[in-house]
Design a protein around this ligand. Structure first.
Ligand code: MRU
Length: 339
């Protein structure tokens, strides 16, 4: 029996199933995950991905491991889960919350994981409504990577705002950045736009600046993997380039995220750990469509999964707790009540 379900996660009493995001949109394949090792493999390969979903799925994996191994060393397992991907702070947020329950036993861990999942669903709804308040019919919105229901327990972050706008009858046109190298935009966001019935056009990342120069973009909305105390934030590589172009063309640039993505301990973007990934992802592409390699097989590659956008390029931070401009961020308003 499924105890909890989102667009990309099914939680059973003693295991999980995830929608394999490496197979979308060609196939909707649910895969069972019943060990920390299986989870680590899925997360490293981005079968489970998106900042909130990584943290929430880790919480369930840890709770289920604890129920199966009451005598074992839970901290060591949590440490391994924590080290799987370094950039999205939601993983650390969820594991911190779980570790705080270790002394109360396995049942408390299961309850805590469930509460985290339900919290994320509510946070998504709140930030998405705030984001939708900033949208009007006729807006042409550019987004990057995938920030929808696939990546969270609820409606999503930036895509959540688009989804709520759609529910309110606001007519949008969305430009979907393909998001090289792993194509979360081309594969996942395009699929979600069709699912939501939102008109969209797919572009390659390199087309965004000229689209802005042509006056065709009214707003940019993206998600985040970690927001620093000063408002700098990490998101999928290519976000910074978009922010620079938006700033130059005076296009409002919004970041949409839950408070669980804010890291008060990270003073500036310079201290965010950025995940480096295998060069094979840039030399070619692999996935449900097979494997193709276009670069020399030994071409040296630089492949950071994320980049950092400085706060000064952001028009506003749309969190579940409020919409903050740069003056509010400078006053630390986004940190109030945190943890
Ligand atoms: O490498 P990914 O696909 O996990 O990266 C995801 C992103 O960068 C998203 O924009 C971010 O996690 C916000 S999702 C709600």
């Amino acid at each position: 029996m499924v105890n909890l379900q989102s667009r990309s996660l099914r939680v059973y009493a003693d295991s999980l199933e995830y929608l394999d995001q490496t197979r979308l949109p060609q196939a909707e394949e649910w895969v069972r995950c019943d060990s920390p090792e299986a989870w680590q493999h899925a997360v490293k390969h981005l079968a489970i991905r998106g900042a909130p979903l990584i943290g929430l799925s880790a919480a369930f994996v840890l709770a289920q491991y604890a129920a199966r191994h009451p005598e074992s060393e839970w901290q060591a397992v949590s440490d391994r889960l924590r080290a799987t991907r370094p950039t999205a702070v939601n993983l650390m947020y969820c594991l911190d919350a779980m570790e705080a329950c270790f002394a109360q036993g396995a049942d408390a861990l299961a309850e805590r994981a469930k509460a985290l999942f339900e919290e994320d669903r509510a946070l998504c709804q709140r930030m998405a409504e705030r984001g939708a308040d900033l949208l009007a019919s006729g807006n042409r919105v550019l987004t990057h990577c995938n920030t929808g229901a696939l990546a969270t327990a609820g409606v999503g972050t930036a895509i959540g705002a688009l989804a709520i706008a759609k529910q309110r009858g606001i007519d949008l046109h969305v430009y979907v950045d393909e998001t090289r190298p792993l194509l979360q935009g081309g594969r996942l966001t395009a699929w979600e736009m069709a699912d939501l019935g939102i008109p969209y056009q797919l572009i390659t990342d390199s087309m965004a600046a000229s689209l802005m120069a042509a006056g065709k973009v009214d707003k940019v909305m993206v998600g985040a993997d970690r927001i620093c105390a000063n408002g700098d934030f990490a998101n999928k590589v290519g976000t910074y380039m978009l922010a620079v172009a938006a700033h130059y063309h005076q296009v409002p640039f919004y970041v949409v995220a839950p408070y669980t993505t804010v890291d008060p301990a990270c003073a500036t973007g310079a201290t965010i750990p950025i995940e480096q990934r295998d060069g094979a992802e840039v030399r070619g592409a692999a996935g449900a469509f097979g494997e193709v390699v276009w670069a020399p097989s030994d071409a040296p590659v630089w492949n950071p999964a994320f980049d950092v956008t400085p706060a000064k390029l952001v028009t506003a931070w749309i969190l579940d707790t409020g919409v903050f401009d740069s003056a509010a961020i400078a006053r630390g308003e986004h940190l109030q009540g945190w943890r």
